[in-house]
Write a protein that binds this ligand. Structure first.
Ligand code: KG4
Ligand code: ZN
Length: 335
């Protein structure tokens, strides 16, 4: 089966064609246009600006991907239906509906978070075994999810306030670094001392698997207000370490509770090399039977390839939606 996937949930416009033969995925086309530079002027993503940019770019991207006007060779259409910014989501959803309707091809509505999770099924000969514990860390979400099988999810814990990526972006703003802040902070952290400032590790003893990052952000703000001379690299490294320690600790707690066969790290923040390395090594220190999976660095951020893979899995279970009635759902849930 060959699927066309469309992703417009936030600030990347993306189109991909991926095929699945005997459970093996092949990326045939993957085209992406990032709006990050435009939103950087505003310090964050402006939904209406994102929608305008998606509308301007989606057809040039379809053309560049060589998508035939009659849909020849495409067996199904997958589109991100949520969660995300409504005006942005709508551009992709309406295009997906229109193509499925005109081509008379089945339509799959993909949850963006499910897409991030499925990014680890690409470029690997050893995909995760079930049950898989998924730590999903992006600009909009921070969740621990137990994936019991394909398409079967249980939410174990989530952030009570800021998402991890959002915390990176807000702290970067406090430090005068541009949006998106995650890559900037991780770059600055390379030169810094992660033990220089003792920022809090939030919620470690909360007794549940929830997260909270707004207190940590406030701790950075208070530190900046109090200190006369500060080192951006030391603050970056110390803040990043607090986030990483929190994720490692909560993931180990979740492993203890759910006894998974594998751990999946995904979402934009999974590009963070310190997080990847720390999580992987702390999992290896356990009994050695739990495998660790993180996406190829080219697939950590938003893209349409991951939406295609999640879409192909849904299509293989014939989980189709009606193109006449699908609506973008900003709060679409996985479980
Ligand atoms: O998954 P994603 O591309 O978009 C959403 O679905 O939200 O995630 C974007 C987030 C941004 O907040 C960005 O700052 C963060 O991922 N990010 C990072 C790194 N690269 C991107 N955070 C920490 N370290 C990084 N290296
Ligand atoms: Zn995302």
């Amino acid at each position: 089966m060959r699927i066309l996937a469309i992703e417009t949930s936030c600030d990347e416009t993306a189109v991909a064609v991926v095929s699945m033969v005997n459970g093996v995925f092949a990326i045939e086309k993957s085209i992406l246009s990032s709006q990050a530079k435009i939103h950087a002027q505003y310090g964050g993503v402006v939904p209406e600006v994102a929608a305008r940019e998606h509308a301007a770019w989606i057809f040039p991207l379809m053309t560049e991907a060589g998508i035939p006007h009659d849909g020849a060779g495409i067996d199904a259409v997958a589109v991100t239906a949520g969660p995300g910014l409504v005006p942005a989501l709508r551009i992709g959803v309406e295009l997906g509906k229109t193509l499925a309707w005109a081509w008379k091809k089945p339509l799959v509505a993909v949850n963006h978070l499910e897409g991030h999770i499925y990014s680890v099924w690409l470029n690997t000969d050893h995909p995760p075994s079930f049950p898989a514990l998924s730590l999903l860390v992006s600009g909009g979400h921070t969740e621990l999810i137990l994936m019991k099988d394909h398409g079967q999810y249980e939410l174990l814990g989530m952030t009570r306030d800021d998402a991890a990526g959002e915390a990176f972006d807000k702290v970067a703003k406090l430090l005068g670094l541009p949006y998106p802040g995650g890559p900037e902070i991780s770059r600055a952290a390379l030169e810094g001392d992660a033990t220089a400032i003792k920022f809090p590790r939030p919620m470690l003893d909360s007794g549940d698997l929830d997260f909270s990052f707004s207190g940590l952000k406030t701790a950075v703000r208070v530190y900046l207000e109090k200190e006369e001379s500060v080192s951006v690299s030391d603050i970056s490294a110390s803040f990043q370490q607090a986030v990483v320690d929190t994720f490692v600790s909560k993931t180990l707690q979740a492993i203890e509770k759910t006894k998974p066969a594998s751990v999946i790290l995904s979402g934009g923040v999974s590009a963070n090399r310190v997080l990847r390395a720390s999580l992987e090594s702390s999992i290896q220190l356990l009994d050695g039977s739990i495998t660790f999976h993180a996406p190829d660095l080219s697939l950590t951020g938003d893209n349409a390839v991951m939406i295609a893979v999640a879409g192909l899995m849904k299509a293989s279970r014939a989980e189709y939606v009606d193109p006449l009635t699908l609506v973008a759902d900003p709060n679409m849930r996985l479980a």
